[in-house]
Every structure is written in structure tokens, then in C-alpha cells.
Ligand binder design. Sequence first.
Ligand SMILES: Cc1cc2nc3c(=O)[nH]c(=O)nc-3n(C[C@H](O)[C@H](O)[C@H](O)COP(=O)(O)OP(=O)(O)OC[C@H]3O[C@@H](n4cnc5c(N)ncnc54)[C@H](O)[C@@H]3O)c2cc1C
Length: 478
Amino acid sequence: MTPDATGGANGHGNPAGAAAVVLGAGTAGLNAALQLARRGLQVTVVESRRLGEGGARWDNGVLDWQYTRAGIAPPTPDEVHDTTGVTRLYGPADAGPVTVQSPTRHADMRRLNDRLVGLCRAEGVAFVDRARDVVVSEVDGRVRALDLVGCDPDDGPSDGQHGDEAGARALHLEADLFVDAAGRHGVLRSQVRDLVQWCPPVARDLLCTASQFMFRVAEVDGARRFLDRRGVRAGDGVTWVGLDGGFSALAVTVQPDLERVSVLTGTIASGSWGSGRTILDRARAENPWIGDPIYGGDGLIPLRRPFARLGAGGVALVGDAACQVFPAHGSGIGTGLMAGAVLAEQVVAHRDPGSDEALWAYQHAFHAEHGGGLAAYDAFRRCSSAIGSDGIRRLFTSGLFTAEMGGSGLDQRWSEPTPAQTVAAARAYLRDPGLARAMVPWLARCAIAARLGAASPAEPDERALRRWDRRVARLVDG
Ligand SMILES: Cc1cc2nc3c(=O)[nH]c(=O)nc-3n(C[C@H](O)[C@H](O)[C@H](O)COP(=O)(O)OP(=O)(O)OC[C@H]3O[C@@H](n4cnc5c(N)ncnc54)[C@H](O)[C@@H]3O)c2cc1C
């Protein structure tokens, strides 16, 4: 920890030696810290929980290509579960199934968090944990310092008690660049005048309420019967989509050891369909062979496309704080990790890494690389909510939902349909013209939105950004 770490950027044309403070030690914040430190910045990470306990504390589906793009090695064997990658997908009323060879790997985010902390430490990143009362100091509209109360985990109390106040002290952290990686609410973005207007609170109908727990298998025969009924093996996933509103999922994966089972649930948080936890409880009641929980958690995930403005006033946003989440299934790990790499690559090209020019370059690079696909899948997610559970069932019964469609969604990359897929879709639409009328306009919007990321203004120009944002909103928001 380096209070009063720097008086400013070094002024020599690259920011090596400049200081950055990252608020939030979840996966997005830790990778932003790692990537900035690797490029020569002096980085301090501030976390409100105990170090090593930040971010997601459950298993998440993640993709190797996203880790690689984010500048870290793909999940290590001790992070991932030994699942097969086969996922059998059903619609409501057991419509389907469609079997997908999924690129997704199921990784324990607690272990990824540990790995990232270790990598950060090796790059000399300093940590402050159990931080609270974070207040920004602005000079001429730019954040220059944070005042907070926190502990240095290296010399803090070691009795393992949460909320222990011993060792806490007032800290004043100055830096050239601040990164808000504090999760869905953000912390700094609401205190920076130029960001507040661009980052409105995310409405509940744009939030996913999700739960993921690893349970013990209480009765192996029950687990075997579940697998046999679905024609799958231990290690394969069985997922129902659309049971609790058009955007909803219940995913059950009996682990290859037949001793544990992962259950993931999610739906829109508007209150119409309960919560991730109520769906989870229902699944357990229907499957009494699922035993006690081992670990897991619940939370709310922003499902809208990323904010148009990703940095201003010396503050960059990454992760859930920026809504950098794949909207079609609320996956924020990979995109949040990649944002850290994009941020670091862009700001180090600037003498002052927290300048408006540097932050704008990050914003444009992120939107150009990922913004179009995320906007397209935002429209796709809204389409799934609009057609509702019955529309999802008809997707399966008409044959419109194919393994290719499922696979590309799981891979989190937008791709235009091939001619063969277009012909197959046209046949499916002939079988269900009502579904075609409901979906085709949305799919056209997706295709256009996918191309708009690169059109985000490359040079600092608020009015041009506003026009671009309105254009995307007109397409995506319906
Ligand atoms: C049940 C569930 C299942 C999910 N499944 C998947 C999945 O399969 N795949 C996937 O990719 N994503 C999944 N997600 C989403 C994913 O977990 C999030 O998108 C991701 O964790 C966001 O990472 P983050 O680092 O941006 O934020 P967070 O993980 O929220 O981390 C933010 C950190 O900031 C800290 N913080 C908050 N306030 C302060 C403060 N004032 N000062 C200092 N620190 C602060 C927090 O303590 C936390 O450690 C799931 C989410 C849930 C809830």
C-alpha cells in the first residue's frame, strides 16, 4: 500500500511509474490491476472485503478464448470441474432436446480470484482490504485522490474474523488513474459528474437474479435416474431455458464423481418470476436426491449492453460496474477480464493514463472490439423476454433453435447465419409463422447492432457519443 503514492504522471510520453488505484478485487478489478502493473504502472487495489474473498464466490461458466484475450492463462486444472462439455438443452414442457457441445468450462471463481491475487502480487501490486467510507477528491472535474478507511492485508489482523476493525486506518491514495471495478453498483462512477449522466441505475427488468450452488448428492441412485431419464452421463449438463419467463434458465450438472451436483438458476429480477433462489429451491424440492450445499451464492447481474461512456474524470469503469456482461445469459467474467486488458493496452499509449484522451481510447477500443456483439445479444435477450416461455417452447418445437445457435450463444460471439442456417430457419418459420413474425424483426435488429460497435466515436466528442448511443438504443431497447 502506498499512500500518497505519486504526484502525477511522469510526463515522459509513457506512463511507466504512474499510479493507478483499482477499487474492487473481483475478477475484473484484479485483471485490470494485473494488466496495468505488467505495463509498468504502480497499482494499488482497494477491496471492501478481506483480500482473497472478493468477487464471485461460486462456479461460473467461462471460455478459454476470453482468458487468452484478457492476458491470462486459461483456467487451470484445479480451477475447473471435469465436466464433458455436452449440454442437453430443453425448452418449457420438455420441448427439445437440442444437444450442444459447449465450449464453456465450469470454473471455481474462488480459485481464479486466488490466482489473480498471486499474479498481482508477483507484479508488485499493493492491496488494501476491508476498506470503507470511500470518498473521492476532485480537482477541476478530475478525481485525484481517494480517502478511505482500510487495512493493509500484509500486516492486518490474522484472526480470520470478518469486519475486524483492528489494523484499520485512514488512508489517502493519490493516483493518475482510478478504476471502478466495484461490481454492479460501482462506487466511483456515482461520484464523478461526467459519468453519472452516462451510467443510470439499471432497472430491475434489466437485471438477472441468479443462484449457483454446488450440492452434495444425497442419493446416488436418484442422480443416476435423473441422468438416465435425460439420456446423459455424469459430467454432462442438462439445462432448461424459458421455464420462468422467456429469459430464464435452470442448469443441472451431476459431477463425474457422482458425489456432487451443480445447480445454476436465473431469471429476470422484475419480481414476476421469483428469484434465482426460489427456482433453485423448487429444483431441489423436485429432486430430493440433491443434498446439502457445499458452496455457492446468489446475486443480481446487469443484462443491458455496456454503458456508452466507460471513463471520464480520471476514472475508468470495468466489469459489472460498466455493465460489461454478455446479456444473453448474464455472463460477466470473461468480458470483465478482457476489459482490463483493453484498458491497460490503451492507457499506456498515453503520457497521462487518466486523461480524457486515454479513457476515451479505452472506451472506443472496447466498443469496437466487443460492443457490437454485446449490443446484438442485448437485443436477443430482449427478444427472448418478449416471446416469453411459450415462444421459447416454440423455438424448440419448430426446429428454429439448433445446436449451432446454442453453441454460438454459449461461445459469446455473434455470428451471422450461414446460407444453410438461413434456409433451415426459413423452413422453421414456415412451420410457425407466428413465431417468425415475433422474432424476425428482433433478429434484424441484432444483426445491425452487431455492426455498430466499431462506429462508436474514436475521438473525444460527447455529442457524437450521445448520437451513437441513441442509435444503438433505438435498435436494441425495442
Ligand atoms: C449466481 C451467479 C451466477 C453467475 N454465473 C456466471 C457464469 O456462469 N459465467 C459468467 O461469466 N458470469 C456469471 N455470473 C456473473 C459474474 O459473476 C459477474 O459478472 C462477475 O462476478 C462480475 O465481476 P466484477 O469483478 O465486475 O464484480 P464483482 O464480482 O461484483 O466484484 C466487485 C468487488 O468489488 C468489491 N467492492 C464493492 N464495493 C466496494 C467498495 N466500496 N470498496 C472496495 N471494494 C468494493 C466487492 O466486495 C467485490 O469484491 C454469475 C453471477 C451470479 C450472481
